[in-house]
Design a protein around this ligand. Structure first.
Ligand code: FES
Length: 151
């Protein structure tokens, strides 16, 4: 009599476990069609009239996570996102860039000079939008040293 109750309990437990496993598998299958990482919004930033940026200026753009530079050769933009774990780097004209999180250092061109950062800071594409505004494409890297000249 005791054995029969125990067998019933074990049978119910086995069925319950099987249903739980089936439910988990089904939940996994339902997740499959959706990508695990969704594409973010396009990161193209319009920065306004190029004439507002004087030659020799450096502008930190917090929302866009970049520094915009204008020198006698043109415009260039360097990402302010540290390539180690994504902290925002600080810029100093003489020393380059420094990350406050784990101490990575980058020269004035964004090349790694110290710390755990695996690669240099990205140089981002600068161009002119059809309506004449300076724009930076946060999705497109250009080679270090590339300048964009306005008309
Ligand atoms: S996030 Fe910049 S050094 Fe770690």
């Amino acid at each position: 009599m005791f054995d029969a109750g125990r067998r019933d309990f074990l049978g119910l437990a086995a069925i319950g476990s099987a249903l739980a496993a089936l439910g988990t598998a089904l939940a996994g299958v339902l997740r499959l069609p959706k990508p695990a990482v969704l594409p973010g919004p396009m990161r193209v930033y319009k920065l306004g009239d190029p004439a507002q940026f004087a030659v020799g200026s450096v502008v930190k753009m917090d929302a866009e996570q970049l520094y915009l530079f204008r020198d006698e050769r043109g415009f260039h933009a360097i990402s302010s996102v540290c390539t180690h774990l994504g902290c925002i780097v600080a810029h100093s004209e003489r020393e380059g860039f420094a990350c406050p999180c784990h101490g990575s250092k980058f020269d004035t061109q964004g090349k790694v000079t110290g710390g755990p950062a695996p690669t240099g800071l990205a140089w981002l594409e600068v161009s002119l939008s059809p309506d004449g505004q300076l724009q930076v494409n946060g999705e497109t890297e250009v080679s270090r040293g590339t300048r964009f000249q306005v008309g």
